[in-house]
Design a protein around this ligand. Structure first.
Ligand SMILES: [Zn+2]
Length: 268
C-alpha cells in the first residue's frame, strides 16, 4: 500500500459517494477535529470533490483512480487551511465569491511555525506559503453542478466564514461543511451570531421540507441527521447564558466555552 493510501482513509459510503478522511491533529495539537472528511460524489459523467485537505500527501492520484473517465470538479466549501492546501494539485477550484481572494494567492501558514509536530516540515520546506490553484472560479448561492443523474446545489451559509457553503443533492444528502459538525466549533464574534443562526435555520428548513435528508459534515461523525442542526442552533443561542464561563484560548485568539455537546471557539 502506498504512503498516500495510508495517510488518507478511503471509504466507499454509497455507490456514488466516497469519503476521504484525513487526520488534522498531526499538524498541531490545537486541532482536534479528526478526521477531516472530504467527499467525492460520482455522477454518470462527472464527479465533484469537496475540499482538498491539508496538502501533506498527493490527493489527486487517489481521486483520479476513483473517478475513472469522469470529468472532475473541485470545490472548496470554505477557505480554512485544512480544506484547501491540496488546491495546487488540481488546475481549477470552485469557491464562493466571498473567499475567492484568499485562495487566489499563496496561503500563509505561519501560525503553524511553532508546531511541536514534525509533520509541519513539509510546510517549512515551502516557507509556510502554500501555492494556490492555477484558476479560481467564483460561485454563489444557487449554483448547480450537474454530474449526470446527480445534481448538487450550492447553498450559501455564511457565519463560520463569510463564504462558507453547504451542498444539497437531489438524492437527499446535505453536506454541511464546517457549518455544522459534532466537535470543536469555530464561530465568529458574538455580534455575528445572527448570521450563523440564520444559516442554520436555512439548513433546518431544507430538512423540514424534504422527506429524507442525511447530513455529511466536514469533520468527525457522518452521517448525522437534523438533530445536529437543532443541537447547534440551540447551543449557540444559549452561549449568552454561559458567557461568564468563557476562558481565553491563545492559539486561536478566541474565547472558549463548553456545553455538553460542543466546545465553541468564539472570535474576539
Ligand atoms: Zn473551517
Amino acid at each position: 500500500m502506498s504512503k498516500e493510501n495510508q495517510h488518507f482513509g478511503i471509504s466507499k459510503h454509497k455507490d456514488y459517494l466516497y469519503v476521504l478522511k484525513e487526520k488534522i491533529s498531526i499538524v498541531h495539537p490545537a486541532y482536534r477535529n479528526d478526521p477531516l472528511n472530504m467527499y467525492l460524489i460520482l455522477g454518470s459523467h462527472s464527479a465533484l470533490l469537496l475540499d482538498t485537505g491539508c496538502g501533506l500527501f498527493p490527493l489527486k492520484p487517489i481521486v483520479d483512480n476513483l473517478i475513472g473517465r469522469r470529468k472532475l470538479f473541485v470545490l472548496n466549501t470554505h477557505t480554512h487551511w485544512d480544506h484547501i492546501l491540496g488546491n495546487e494539485e488540481f488546475g481549477e477550484i470552485y469557491v464562493h465569491t466571498n473567499e475567492a481572494n484568499i485562495v487566489s494567492r499563496p496561503y500563509n501558514l505561519s501560525f503553524l511555525i511553532d508546531s511541536p509536530y514534525e509533520t509541519v516540515e513539509k510546510y517549512r520546506e515551502q516557507n509556510f506559503l502554500i501555492p494556490p490553484a492555477q484558476s479560481i472560479i467564483k460561485i454563489q448561492d444557487g449554483y448547480e453542478f450537474a454530474l449526470g443523474e446527480i445534481n448538487v446545489e450550492v447553498i450559501h451559509t455564511p457565519g463560520h466564514s463569510p463564504g462558507s457553503i453547504c451542498l444539497f443533492t437531489n438524492k437527499g444528502e446535505l453536506f454541511t461543511s464546517d457549518v455544522a459538525y459534532y466537535g470543536d466549533t469555530f464561530l465568529p464574534r458574538r455580534i455575528e451570531f445572527p448570521k450563523v443562526l440564520n444559516s442554520l435555520s436555512k439548513l433546518i428548513d431544507i430538512c423540514d421540507k424534504q422527506k429524507i435528508v442525511e447530513l455529511y459534515p466536514s469533520h468527525r461523525k457522518y452521517p448525522c441527521d437534523k438533530t445536529l442542526l437543532t443541537d447547534l442552533y440551540n447551543g449557540i443561542k444559549n452561549i449568552d447564558n454561559l458567557w461568564d464561563s468563557k476562558v481565553y484560548f491563545e492559539f486561536f485568539d478566541s474565547w472558549q466555552i463548553d456545553d455538553e455537546k460542543f466546545t465553541y471557539y468564539i472570535a474576539k
